[in-house]
Write a protein that binds this ligand. Structure first.
Ligand code: F0G
Length: 364
């Protein structure tokens, strides 16, 4: 019998940059290699080359799969029989899927009532044990940390460095697609693992001679959940973008380093700006992302309309021909409820004949 085809996924593609050896079992769902989609309308607005790194096209619909393939592979290599994580929904979906793939148990601790329904469904259908706590993500992560050190249990939040290792591969792909690093990289920030990972990836590829420069890293938090922006933990974080509803990010220092070393910044966008950007991106570029992901686009639009803001890394870098990459981290189909409620969408009803359908089309 032929060997099964197992030549895709980030471990295969970037093995020499990852903490794996020949004896590491590769638990993969062919994640990564997501498209870098040119955005003609954002480019036109900015007079620059703007791209969307669409991470919603990973196997479980978010960027978390990149880190999870490494974290679960290493957990299995180390003999773990159970993995556990706190999550606002996407980490738990990815952990549950990769644990299912590995044939091990998965337990997920979620803030009750604050998980988009698509993500909750994922945790269940992939077979995880799901506990919803009366508390927020920060409480859930505090509890998960208390599981550390139990034999056979691996924590797969981004406090596990293997997660960051896997997630840094998104920067590698961007550099390979563009031929070099972009001038500006914009992404949403919640627990701050991803901005930490991207910055690590950009630096590693530059050190390896694969790129000649580094981008300015610009992160956006939701206005009601912006501890890094305000430089203090937020006890009761709140935002419609539940994926980034986090008041005390675990990788806070990593985000600060990315921003200060790259000459970037952390800024905020309101829920209204996030929802408007989500709707705008879908209707104008055909890319449907979840609310947290739309924080990148909302941030871009905000920076662009604030071009006079002094000392701003965006306005000082955005010259004609500059390259800007926006990571859109998760698929819009994860949270259709928010999009439908915001848009107030209901189809116009019609009788089952041409005249009635044409009349309905004229009305809608
Ligand atoms: N975008 C989405 C769609 C997310 O799910 C997350 C985080 C972020 C952005 C922020 O990334 O935390 O690395 O700064 N989601 C985590 C989770 C917290 O549990 O799924 P970050």
């Amino acid at each position: 019998m032929n060997e099964p085809l197992n030549d895709k996924g980030v471990i295969h593609r970037y093995r020499q940059f990852l903490p794996v050896s020949d004896s590491t079992p590769v638990i993969s769902l062919s994640e990564g290699s997501t498209p870098l989609i040119h955005s003609p309308r954002l480019s036109e607005k900015a007079g620059a080359e703007v791209y969307l790194k669409f991470e919603g096209l990973n196997p479980t619909g978010s960027f978390k799969d990149r880190g999870m393939t490494v974290a679960i592979s290493k957990a299995v290599e180390d003999g773990a029989k159970t993995v556990i994580c706190a999550s606002t929904g996407n980490t738990s979906a990815a952990a549950a899927a990769y644990a299912a793939r590995a044939g091990i148990q998965c337990a997920v601790i979620l803030p009750a009532g604050k998980i988009a329904i698509g993500k909750l469904a994922q945790a269940f259908v992939y077979g995880a044990k799901v506990v919803a706590i009366r508390g927020n993500f920060d409480d859930a992560l505090r509890i998960v940390r208390e599981f550390g050190g139990i034999d056979g249990v691996a924590i797969v939040n981004s406090i596990n460095p293997h997660r960051i290792e896997g997630q840094k591969t998104a920067s590698f792909e961007i550099i390979e697609d563009l031929g070099d690093a972009p001038d500006i990289h914009i992404l949403p920030v919640g627990n701050a693992g991803n901005i930490t990972a991207y910055w690590k990836g950009y630096r590693e590829f530059q050190a390896a001679g694969r790129s000649t420069r580094l981008p300015k890293m610009i992160g956006f938090q939701a206005a009601g959940s912006a501890p890094i922006f305000h430089n203090q933990p937020i006890e009761k974080p709140d935002t419609i973008a539940t994926a980034i509803r986090i008041g005390n990010p675990a990788s806070w220092q990593g985000a600060n380093n990315a921003v200060s070393e790259s000459g970037g910044c952390i800024d905020i966008v309101t829920d209204e700006e996030i929802l408007a950007a989500q709707a705008w991106l879908a209707a104008n570029e055909g890319v449907f992302v979840e609310p947290a992901s739309a924080a990148s686009v909302a941030g871009f639009l905000k920076c662009h309309s604030n071009m006079r803001c002094s000392g701003c890394p965006f306005s000082s870098t955005l010259r004609p021909g500059a390259r800007v990459v926006l990571t859109v981290t998760g698929h819009g189909l994860k949270d259709t409820e928010t999009a439908v409620n915001f848009g107030g969408f209901t189809p116009t009803e019609a009788d089952a004949n041409l005249a009635s359908v044409r009349a309905a089309l004229d009305k809608s």
